[in-house]
Design a protein around this ligand. Structure first.
Ligand SMILES: O=C(O)CCC(=O)C(=O)O
Ligand SMILES: [Fe+2]
Length: 479
């Protein structure tokens, strides 16, 4: 049955001592996640003053001239993204009509908990020095919402018929980027094809979105009709992302949405995207699999990348191995290896594949403060990979060729899928795919890890820009 409105759920019941109230809350969450994939959370307990401070700070930031904001571009990492840089929906007209500032996990006091600073999604933030209050405002709000977000995982677990603590050990260091978004006012002749953020699904487990009172968020229902999700004072919009949808064998819906602001008033919103820890296997959860509803996804495959993005599998440094029995992909001693050879052109990757066909993904990240440079991203959006992985790469522009270590090696084609037609803006990602070779048991190939600059998006072994480096390699197999 299709939905025609986004339900509102009262979270004051989460702390109720009456078990029936809590059960009723869990039931509402379950209904919303299975039918709509979206709900409003009211009475979430996040202090309105924190929101006021962060919105004030973001408004001052975005009011700066473009040249100043551009200083804070750290592509694929954090910081500023200009208007029309992203294109969430490949079919949309023009780029996304919004600018963004992204913040990764960071403690207000960086010395307080060094255990968390593992370099995966932390320690990459930039803070505009012309706005001294910005960091405090953004991080205070961030941590308050993070706490609320983490408190939803047990409710999701109950809604899935799992023990309340099911997600606890899987969300100890969850990926949780926050984006401050500004959709500028539209003036003059407004093209009615302009979108603020094109149709897309979110990548991670779920998103908590604050939106101001301008409106413009829309959710696609099962009849392919856009349903408004208008602002409701004092609420967050919560939506399920691809990772939790996949993890729940599609029991929870990751629903397509977009935002349009063609008004002459500027709009602000703040999503925070909640992932899991990086080394969690997101094979379909047992309670979501039955004889009538067999597992739709293997334990690990390219689909994890193509549909669920990075968060569950973005941990590792260099050696990625596919287990032929389980089809599982895992990394060996990854982070340590990456740390031990920082910034070098040295060999850090070895790919071993037991299948006939594989893909390699390499993504690049700016060198993190901890010098454990990490990953991510990649091919994530569901609409690109509706039926497995045969199609998603077609039509990609070939940008260059990867110099291989051995002159006898057949060429690998290096293609950019984060360029002109891409939706993937959050992370600069590249696919390296073996159109001309087959990864087979007999093939164990070494690739070189090279510094790379976003300005020169090729793997070029002669480059040695100390600020950027290649990080990860993935090997994915058809199972
Ligand atoms: O600004 C909004 O209302 C939606 C933002 C969004 O969907 C996103 O950033 O993924
Ligand atoms: Fe979204």
């Amino acid at each position: 049955m299709s939905f025609h409105a986004v339900p509102v759920i009262d979270f004051s019941r989460a702390s109720s001592t009456d078990p029936d109230e809590r059960l009723a809350l869990v039931k509402d969450i379950k209904d919303a996640c299975t039918n709509v994939g979206f709900f409003y959370a009211k009475n979430h307990g996040v202090d309105a003053a924190l929101l006021q401070n962060v919105t004030k700070a973001m408004k001052s930031f975005f009011a700066h001239p473009l040249e100043e904001k551009q200083k804070w571009i750290r592509e694929g990492v954090a910081g500023y993204t200009p208007i029309q840089k992203l294109r969430h929906d490949p079919n949309q007209y023009g780029g996304d009509m919004h600018e963004a500032f992204e913040i990764k996990w960071e403690l207000l006091d960086p010395l307080a908990d060094s255990s968390r600073d593992d370099g995966i999604m932390s320690a990459t933030n930039v803070w505009p020095d012309e706005l001294p209050e910005f960091r405090l405002a953004a991080l205070s709000y961030y941590h308050a919402v993070l706490d609320f977000g983490l408190s939803i995982f047990p409710l999701f677990a109950l809604a899935l018929g799992l023990p309340e603590n099911f997600f606890d050990d899987k969300t100890t260091k969850p990926a949780a980027p926050m984006r401050l978004l500004h959709y500028p006012a539209q003036t003059g002749i407004i093209d009615d094809r302009t979108v603020g953020i094109g149709a897309h699904t979110d990548w991670q487990c779920f998103t908590l979105l604050w939106q101001d009172d301008v409106g413009g968020l829309q959710v696609l229902n099962q009849d392919n009709k856009w349903i408004d999700a208008p602002p409701i004072q004092g609420t967050f919009v919560v939506n399920i992302g691809d990772q939790l949808s996949r993890w729940t064998n599609d029991t929870f819906k990751s629903t397509v949405h977009r935002a349009i602001n063609r008004t002459n008033v500027e709009r602000f919103s703040i999503p925070i995207f909640f992932g899991s820890d990086y080394d969690v296997d997101i094979a379909p959860i047992a309670t979501c699999v039955s004889e009538d509803r067999p597992a739709k996804y293997p334990s690990a495959s390219l689909e994890i990348y193509s549909q669920s993005s990075f968060s569950a599998f973005a941990q590792f440094g260099c050696k990625v191995v596919v287990d032929s029995n389980s089809g599982r992909l895992f990394a060996q001693d990854a982070a340590r290896a990456a740390r031990s050879s920082p910034m070098s052109n040295s060999l850090i990757g070895e790919l071993v594949s037991n299948s006939d066909l594989g893909f390699v993904f390499i993504t690049f990240r700016e060198h993190a403060r901890t010098s454990s440079f990490i990953i991510v991203g990649s091919y994530s959006q569901r609409q690109y990979a509706p039926s497995g992985f045969a199609h998603p790469f077609s039509g990609l522009k070939t940008l260059g060729r990867l110099p291989l270590l051995s002159p006898q090696s057949p060429p690998l084609i290096f293609a950019d899928f984060d360029g002109s037609s891409s939706n993937l803006g959050r992370n600069r990602s590249y696919a390296l795919f073996n159109t001309s070779i087959q990864l087979s048991p007999s093939l164990s190939r070494h690739l070189c890890c090279a510094p790379v600059s976003p300005l020169h998006p090729f793997i070029d072994l002669s480059m040695s820009n100390p600020h950027y480096c290649t990080t990860m390699m993935y090997c994915l197999t058809r199972t």
